[in-house]
Design a protein around this ligand. Structure first.
Ligand SMILES: [Mg+2]
Length: 95
């Protein structure tokens, strides 16, 4: 999807660095959500739902790049993404 596998291959980050980057992006997403929902101590940061959307996509891209780095080919990445999305969404649907 959007050449995530190829982009990941061209980016020299290690798997550990990507995992830390995901934690960073999750923090930015949490900050935007806390701000936009007016959580005590966070409302002054003036984030918008546009910020929430952007940070959600940042986190998703980094998570997909971790999947890509854990795969040895574009085909494996596509197959594993489809397989796990199908499996996990089916489990979510059951809940
Ligand atoms: Mg971000």
């Amino acid at each position: 999807m959007f050449n995530i596998f190829e982009l990941t291959q061209k980016d020299p980050k290690t798997l550990q660095e990507r995992a830390l980057k995901l934690a960073e992006e999750a923090g930015e997403l949490a900050q935007a959500v806390l701000s936009v929902t007016g959580a005590p101590g966070s409302g002054y940061k003036n984030h918008s739902l546009a910020d929430v959307r952007e940070e959600a996509v940042d986190a998703a891209i980094v998570a997909l790049s971790i999947l890509a780095q854990a795969c040895s080919s574009r085909e494996e990445f596509d197959t594993e993404l489809e397989r796990f999305m199908t499996l996990k969404c089916a489990k979510w649907r059951e809940n």
